[in-house]
Write a protein that binds this ligand. Structure first.
Ligand SMILES: [Zn+2]
Length: 130
């Protein structure tokens, strides 16, 4: 019976995922990557496919979690609004200002080399945006 695999982590680039996979393999865990070739072809596809997935045999899941210092909850690498502080009043009531979907599509179609944007936030307490 072939082993079943469980996703343990997701990375933006294949390089990050490959480093972690190499570490797991040194400890005898035969981890595999999913969507790494797709992201290598065009790094913008990383967001489309949900990143490069690191999969480990389900039988090695507990050991792999321990090696990677993961809790039982899947971790999200994005900074959540709760952990973001206002630079003006240091308040934690912060809302993320995401551009509309059409803006993202426009950037993908016409401005591929300039597609990078940084996240913007607005403080609910003092109204500062950054
Ligand atoms: Zn503020």
């Amino acid at each position: 019976m072939p082993p079943t695999f469980t996703r343990i982590a997701t990375y933006t680039t294949p390089h990050e995922a490959e480093i972690v996979r190499g570490m797991l393999r040194e400890h005898g865990i035969e981890a595999i990557l999913q969507d790494d070739v797709t992201v290598q072809m065009n790094w913008l596809y990383s967001n489309v496919v949900g990143g490069v997935k690191l999969l480990v045999p389900t039988s090695d899941l507990a050991d792999a979690r321990e090696l990677l210092n993961l809790t039982d909850e899947p971790t999200d690498q994005d900074a959540s609004p709760e952990t973001t502080q206002c630079p003006n009043c240091h308040g934690t009531q912060v809302a993320s200002l995401r551009p509309p979907l059409l803006f993202g599509i426009f950037m993908l179609l016409f401005l591929l080399p300039f597609g990078y944007r940084r996240d913007r936030y607005r403080c609910e307490t003092c109204g500062t945006t950054w």
